[in-house]
Design a protein around this ligand. Structure first.
Ligand code: A3P
Length: 321
């Protein structure tokens, strides 16, 4: 994958080096492309975005789980994977459920990684392809829009996304550098819309508006709502992606089984050790898993500024956390 990334970076170098540049949360160079910032080297790189736009082929039966980093990607991957594969790994079969041993990121690939693979993840022509992506709506490969396939977008309170990202970056930094990211610096970048796939607000707004225009194609969810009523949102999700629960399944507690299997407690217990395929420690995707954890971290002034930006950017939109 690394070799393929180097090839893609090389192929698109001329196109992206002339773009406006900034500095990311890990000190990496960012490039501004179609209104969003992307790094040049990590998996959601400017070159992979360009390559996906040029070459990615979606199918009408595909399902895309779209998030911004730290908005609940790991959780929605687990839930959708458990829903789609529930008859393959039920109580009666002897195979251990993959989510009891494997990180959700290794169960559902990002298209940003898929494009770097020599062999496709889904070899069976007839299997439903469940993918994830962090790409903003206006930059999605045209074939995803044209194929008529379904997209599920999950967003989260910007203050919790900021705090979650701040901790995640420091966990990653801890692996290779002693220089710690300060919350003030993270806040500054977040509120200015600088960071991988940011501005945060434009990303959310893009999918929110698209979900109103195409309600049968795009389901708009929030992390907070999913936390508040996981079972009903799991049912909504299953209906939307074409895997509705039967009455019998509901009566047999299948929905609750999926909720428990994908709960923060269950997934964080499974993922205490090891690394996902891309090399990130498995435990890095699990911290608190709570709503409004930002209250423990952000100052009054930071809160006020972020609330003001959110009020202005989401003015007239029915988005609440
Ligand atoms: P916190 O840092 O606030 O705890 P992502 O998966 O997009 O990288 O987001 C990570 C955030 O989702 C982290 O938030 C993490 O703890 C939380 N998370 C991971 N798995 C979860 C689950 N099963 N249920 C609820 N939250 C979860």
């Amino acid at each position: 994958e690394k070799a393929n990334l180097a090839l893609i970076v090389d192929r698109y170098k001329e196109s992206f080096t002339s773009l406006p540049q900034g500095k990311g949360w890990l000190g990496e160079t960012l490039y501004l492309y179609q209104g969003y910032w992307y790094p040049s080297i990590t998996f959601i790189s400017i070159a992979t975005v360009m390559a996906l736009q040029d070459t990615f082929q979606a199918k009408p039966t595909d399902i895309y789980l779209v998030t911004q980093p730290k908005s609940g990607t790991t959780w929605i991957k687990a839930l959708a994977f458990a829903i789609v594969n529930r008859t393959r790994y039920n109580n009666k079969c002897l195979v251990t459920h993959p989510l009891l041993t494997i990180n959700p990121h290794d169960c559902v690939p990002f298209i940003e990684n898929e494009i770097l693979r020599s062999k496709p993840t889904y070899m069976d022509e007839n299997s439903t392809r469940l993918f994830a992506t962090h790409m903003p709506y206006n930059s999605l490969p045209q074939s995803i829009l044209d194929s008529g396939c379904r997209l599920v977008y999950m967003c989260r309170n910007p203050k919790d996304v900021l705090v979650s990202m701040f901790h995640f970056v420091n966990k990653l930094k801890g692996d290779f550098s002693h220089d710690v990211l300060k919350l003030e610096d993270a806040f500054e970048k977040f509120s200015k819309g600088i960071g991988s796939c940011y501005p945060y607000w434009d990303h959310v707004k893009g999918y929110y508006k698209a979900s109103l225009e195409h309600p049968t194609r795009i389901l708009f969810l929030t992390y907070e709502n999913m936390k508040m009523d996981t079972a009903n949102n799991v049912k909504r999700l299953a209906d939307f992606i074409g895997y509705p629960f039967t009455k019998e399944e509901e009566d047999n507690g299948v929905v609750q089984e999926i909720v428990s299997l994908c709960s923060f407690k269950s997934l964080s217990d499974v993922n205490k050790h090891g690394k996902i395929v891309s090399g990130v420690p498995s435990h890095a995707f699990f911290r608190e898993g709570e709503v409004e954890d930002w209250k423990k971290h952000l100052t009054k002034e930071m809160t006020h500024i972020l609330d003001e930006i959110t009020k202005e950017k989401f003015h007239g939109l029915d988005i609440s956390f």
